[in-house]
Structure formats: structure tokens, C-alpha cells
Design a protein around this ligand. Structure first.
Ligand SMILES: [Zn+2]
Length: 489
């Protein structure tokens, strides 16, 4: 049905648009159509998954949400046009006439009415396409086609949902109410001086202890756990230590007592306790100095042998830039000098430029003629550190970090570690290092890398809107007159 030609057509502004919507328990589907059977033709398909909050909506609410969402989605086509909404959910038709509807439904009804649509009830059978789109199936061969016209969106939270969650937290609600009452009383001054501000009905905070230009989203009590899971337990977070986890969360979120909460969470993380060694720093050993230039000095090391993967990989080759701590990880079949040299040249030298120095232990691969000649030929000074002082090799630290991270990710599937390397690398490069005080990514690119959580809950895309400048000016001014040490939370 979706795949038989003609599949999509151009819209005709002179004809009414028909939007067919449907909602299942976990997704929304919509089709934009023009014309009547048999001349009916489809202009666009859309579907998206519901967020976990949306999954708790009642059937009518989900059906109404489908309409609101579809109207927004197809706004470019349907705005100021004649629109017919066809839904297989009968109560929806009545929704527009309910005067006493409250909350979400009332809001949506207003939103829908602004498009002046006609709402038609079409029983399930005649609404098959939208029905199908609202029940996306991934493993069912019947629906597999190579059309790219169906857009699937990940659930992303809108400002309204964020506000709703914030208002459930009594303490946050108190602050929001204070800001919205318009009173400039003691409480208002108190909250403002602590860096709180409102933007589009959502409470944010400027951290007094960082120089960050980005506001932190204030997290309600019941969502703290989720934030911790995202920034500690998820594969791309990779179970960083307490400090690293705090840093990642603090650059996006805030809640009172955050540092202690994170400390406790990490201290009690079962995975961390199971796999991480007691990380005592060796005292008094030679520490390689930090070099000024990025990718001027590289440290390399091998990690393995590991359980052989189905593709025959047994080793991890680690390459670290000693200045930024940026790391690269490669899975190798054999730990030969040829393999190491190949990855060094193809994946690192030809991407970041030739280093001046290469630090490694005196393992056979690294002292071999192949490696020596490579370095010689490329004008790289090779520095070998005896294995009995491995701590002097900076990548040795990565090596120690790597083991628990991989162990946690791989879990019981011991031979699939190579599939997780990219995630481990991401976690490492986005974790703050004690020695530099920054993440490798920040030192490398001058900014932090956007994470999957940022995509779903990007507060910056919200905060960039309209009244932002006006509302932040108070904070900016305050900053001008205070030195960092004088600011208090
Ligand atoms: Zn952990």
C-alpha cells in the first residue's frame, strides 16, 4: 500500500487537504492526502514514537496529540488552507465542542481550532495507512521497503512537557510561582541571586561556580535518577567517576545537593563496584610532561589478548594525544608492528598530522624494525619506557580505564567487545580528566560533544528562543561586577 506507485505527489493549493491520523499505545501516525478516491494521492507520511510521558495519556489524549502533531508537521502545506481531519477515534470530533475541557485537551483543542479544520470520523478500516504508521514494525518483512519518505522522529520533549514535570516538584513550583507572581519581594531577590531564571515557563539556573554561558535546566526530584542513568550508566557515558559524571551533568542540569547525590550514586553503582580496580595513584614516578601542541606527542599501547571476536579481533591498539588526552581505539587481529604502524599512519597521522614524538613501552611490536623505520622515515622521535615503569606511559592510564569500561559494556557477551569500542572511545573523550581539568573533546575542538541526551532533551534549542536576551541580562550584569570567588550559590 505504501509502496505501490504513484507514491507521493505534489500538493495542489486549490484543493482541500485531508489529514488522516491515528495513535497507538506507543506511536503516532499521519498521512497528508489530497483528492478523493480513486484520484486520492498522498503528499506526505509521518510517524513518531511517543515519549514515556505521552504513553501514559488516555486514548483520547493520544488521538488529539496525533492531530496537534500532524497539523504542526504539515503546517507548511495546510496553513490557511481548507483542512479535513479524518480520525478513527469518534470522541475526537466532540472534542472541539467541549467547552469545559481542561488541561492538555483544552490547550490542544485551541491549537487545533486555530487551523479551522473540519473533523470527520472515519472507522478504522478506511484509515489503514495512518493506522499502519502508528504501529511501526521493525522486524516484519511484510513492511520492509526502500522508500525514504516516512519520517520517524525520536520523542523529544517540548517546553510544555518540561514545565509540567517541573511543576510536580514542590520546591521548583515554589520558585516558578514566585517568578510568575511578578512580585519583586525578598524571595524573588533570593532566587535571582542564586542564579535562577525563567525562560518560556521553564526554570533554569546559571551556575555560580562555572564560567559556562549555558544555563542549567532545573531537574525535578523524580527525574534525577533518569539523568544519572543517562550520564553515568549509558554506553556513551561509560561509568565515569564521580567527578566526571558531575561535570557532565552540571554542564546541562541542576538540582540542589547535586554533587552529593552524584557522589552517592556513583559510590553505590553496582557495575562500578564490580569491575573497577581501586585506583590508587602510584607515587613518585616520572610523569610525562604535558606538551603545548595538540598531536605533537602521542602515547601508544596495546591491550589484550581479549576473547576473539567473530571477525578475529583479539587486541585493542590505544593511541593517545598526551596534551589533550584525546584517545583513539582500534581492534586488531594480531598485535604486530605492521598492524600498529598501519593504524597509526592511516587513522591518526593522516588525520591529525605527524607527531614529533611517539611514546610507548618497549614491547616487541614497538621496538621492532618496522616501527623504528616508520618513525625514522617520518621524522618522529621514538621514546621507549621500560615495562616495569608503565605508569610513566600516559596511555597506560587509558589502559587502566579501558578495562572496567569494556567489561561493563560487554557484560556476559565476551566476544563482542569490538562492537563497543566506538562508544568507549566517546565516553573517554567526553570525560573530564583530572590532569587537564577538561574533557579531551573540549581541548581538541573547543567545545563539548553533543550527546544523545542532548538531542532528546536539548534545553539550548529551547533557550535560544525569543525573550532570552532580556531575561539573561540581569544575570550577565551581576556577573560583571563580581569576581568568580565572590559569587556564592
Ligand atoms: Zn557505574
Amino acid at each position: 500500500m505504501l509502496i505501490s506507485p504513484p507514491v507521493l505527489s505534489q500538493p495542489d493549493g486549490s484543493k482541500p487537504f485531508i489529514i488522516r491520523t491515528d495513535a497507538s499505545s506507543y506511536a503516532l501516525g499521519a498521512v497528508l492526502i489530497q483528492g478523493e478516491k480513486p484520484e486520492e494521492h498522498v503528499i506526505e507520511y509521518a510517524s513518531r514514537l511517543l515519549s514515556s510521558a505521552e504513553r501514559n495519556y488516555s486514548t483520547t489524549e493520544r488521538e488529539a496529540l496525533a492531530v496537534v502533531w500532524a497539523l504542526e508537521k504539515f503546517r507548511g502545506y495546510v496553513e490557511n488552507q481548507e483542512i479535513i481531519i479524518a480520525s478513527d477515534h469518534q470522541p475526537l470530533k466532540g472534542l472541539m465542542s467541549i467547552k469545559s475541557a481542561s488541561g492538555r485537551l483544552a490547550r490542544w483543542a485551541l491549537q487545533i481550532q486555530s487551523f479551522h479544520p473540519k473533523i470527520l470520523y472515519t472507522p478504522g478500516k478506511s484509515n489503514v495507512v495512518a493506522d499502519l504508521l502508528s504501529r511501526p514494525v521493525h522486524d516484519n518483512k511484510e513492511f520492509v521497503c526502500n522508500l525514504n519518505t516516512v519520517s520517524i522522529e525520536l520523542p523529544s520533549r517540548r517546553s510544555r512537557d518540561i514545565r509540567e514535570e517541573q511543576m510536580k516538584d514542590e520546591d521548583i513550583k515554589k520558585i516558578i510561582d514566585c517568578f510568575e507572581s511578578g512580585r519583586k519581594d525578598e524571595d524573588f531577590i533570593n532566587w535571582t541571586s542564586r542564579g535562577y531564571l525563567m525562560n518560556q515557563g521553564i526554570l533554569y539556573r546559571y551556575s555560580p561556580d562555572t564560567e559556562s554561558e549555558e544555563a542549567q535546566l532545573v531537574v525535578p526530584c523524580h527525574e534525577r535518577e533518569r539523568v544519572l542513568q543517562q550520564y553515568h550508566d549509558s554506553p556513551t557515558a561509560g561509568h565515569s567517576g564521580s567527578e566526571g559524571t558531575y561535570f557532565k551533568i552540571a554542564s546541562r542540569y541542576y538540582f540542589p545537593g547535586m554533587r552529593k547525590f552524584i557522589d552517592e550514586y556513583v559510590k553505590n553503582c553496582a557495575e562500578c563496584n564490580r569491575y573497577k580496580p581501586n585506583n590508587q595513584k602510584p607515587a613518585g614516578l616520572l610523569r610525562t610532561p604535558i606538551y603545548a601542541q595538540r598531536f605533537e606527542t602521542l602515547a601508544i599501547d596495546l591491550f589484550g589478548p581479549l576473547p576473539e571476536t567473530p571477525t578475529g579481533k583479539k587486541w585493542i591498539f590505544l593511541i593517545e594525544d598526551t596534551s589533550t588526552k584525546w584517545g583513539e581505539l582500534f581492534a586488531l587481529e594480531d598485535a604486530t608492528a605492521q598492524n600498529c604502524a598501519k593504524f597509526l599512519i592511516e587513522e591518526v597521522f593522516l588525520r591529525y598530522g605527524l607527531p614529533r614524538r611517539l611514546i610507548s613501552d618497549n614491547g616487541t611490536q614497538f621496538v621492532s624494525a618496522v616501527m623504528q623505520q616508520t618513525c625514522n622515515f617520518l621524522g618522529i622521535k621514538q621514546e621507549l619506557i621500560p615495562v616495569y615503569h608503565p605508569q610513566a606511559n600516559p596511555s597506560e592510564r587509558k589502559n587502566r580505564d579501558l578495562k572496567p569500561k569494556l567489561a561493563i559494556l560487554v557484560g556476559d557477551a565476551h566476544d563482542t567487545w569490538d562492537e563497543k569500542l566506538a562508544m568507549v572511545r566517546f565516553a573517554m573523550n567526553t570525560s573530564k580528566y583530572d590532569t587537564t581539568g577538561h574533557t579531551a573533546a573540549y581541548l581538541q575542538f573547543g567545545r563539548e560533544l553533543r550527546t544523545t541526551d542532548d538531542v532528546n532533551h536539548d534545553l539550548r534549542s529551547l533557550i535560544e528562543n525569543d525573550n532570552f536576551v532580556e531575561e539573561t541580562l540581569t544575570t550577565l550584569c551581576r556577573r560583571d561586577f563580581n569576581t568568580p570567588n565572590q559569587r556564592t550559590g
